[in-house]
Structure formats: structure tokens, C-alpha cells
Design a protein around this ligand. Structure first.
Ligand SMILES: [Zn+2]
Length: 128
């Protein structure tokens, strides 16, 4: 019933979120219940990997020896098109309000989601 989709935390190039069957709320962190209404009927879905940057902060000092080669790097909070907010890596030119698309990169020996500026300004009509 509650099938777990593979995502980047298990080496798959994908972002997975949960959607509540009762109230429709969406959440990024896997929980056994909906953070909005407490229902336990949650579906797992793959995100499109597109969104808008809510916040970005450039890390200039490595936290660990393994991350030293990557400095400076950007940590971003992204409001995804699916409606949940997630923290991830971002290109250093990504700033608040930018439309972004995810790709997956090697970082300190792991594959992590990293958001880059969407290649085209988004002029298409959105129906969601
Ligand atoms: Zn709910």
C-alpha cells in the first residue's frame, strides 16, 4: 500500500514527496502521517524538479574536509511546483525568486539534487 519510491537519498536521480489522500497537503519529508491533518493515507509521488527559489545562501567555509573542494557552493530553499519546500544545492548564480530546474550532481561522494536556473524564462501559461 505505502510503496516507497526510490529517490536521490538511495542513489536514484529523483525527488519524491508525499501527498495526503485526505486533505491534499504535500510534504517533502517522509512521515507516517500528514503534517496538516494527521491522516495516515499518504501517496508517494515523483516531483518534476522545477520550482522557484525561496532563499539562497552561499557557503564559503567547508563544514567538513570532503566538502572543501566544492567551496563556495550554494544551499537553496526551493518552493517546488508541486507545492512543498525543500532544501538542496544550487548553482552559485541562483538567487531568490529565480525559476529553477533540478539536476543531480556528485557532491562529497554522494549524488545530490542541485538546482540551476531554468534555461528559458517561463512564459508558458500555467494551468496548475
Ligand atoms: Zn492531510
Amino acid at each position: 500500500m505505502s510503496e516507497k519510491l526510490a529517490d536521490w537519498t538511495t542513489g536514484e536521480a529523483a525527488i519524491v514527496y508525499q501527498s495526503c489522500a485526505a486533505c491534499g497537503a504535500r510534504q517533502y519529508f517522509r512521515r507516517g502521517f500528514c503534517a496538516s491533518c494527521g491522516a495516515t493515507e499518504l501517496r508517494e509521488l515523483r516531483a518534476s524538479g522545477e520550482g522557484t527559489v525561496y532563499a539562497a545562501s552561499l557557503v564559503c567555509r567547508a563544514a567538513t574536509p570532503e566538502t572543501k573542494a566544492h567551496v563556495p557552493y550554494n544551499i537553496v530553499l526551493v518552493d517546488t511546483d508541486e507545492g512543498f519546500r525543500m532544501m538542496a544545492h544550487g548553482d552559485t548564480d541562483v538567487a531568490m525568486g529565480d525559476r529553477v530546474t533540478v539536476r543531480f550532481v556528485q557532491f562529497a561522494g554522494r549524488v545530490v539534487p542541485c538546482f540551476a536556473k531554468a534555461s528559458q524564462p517561463d512564459r508558458t501559461e500555467r494551468w496548475r
